[in-house]
Design a protein around this ligand. Structure first.
Ligand SMILES: [Zn+2]
Length: 72
């Protein structure tokens, strides 16, 4: 995958969290259930959420695609 900002090849890896990972419009305390408009990016299974991710060190940008299976 190429970086959408600079076009360089991004490093493939994993994005991990010790809890759920969600996209929200405004910062707030995340609860088990999400509000309308929220997107659950990764579900925490056994205390961790893991998704494939791509890193551009030059732009300090990480991209992830939600909806993909947990690779662990
Ligand atoms: Zn970049």
């Amino acid at each position: 995958m190429n970086c959408p900002r600079c076009g360089k090849v991004m490093e493939e890896g994993l994005v991990q969290s010790t809890g759920h990972l969600a996209w929200v419009r405004e910062p707030r305390r995340l609860l088990a259930s999400l509000a309308e408009g929220d997107v659950r990016v990764a579900r925490s299974i056994f205390g961790a959420a893991t998704l494939p991710g791509y890193l551009c060190r030059a732009c300090e940008l990480v991209t992830i695609a939600y909806g993909e299976d947990d690779p662990t």
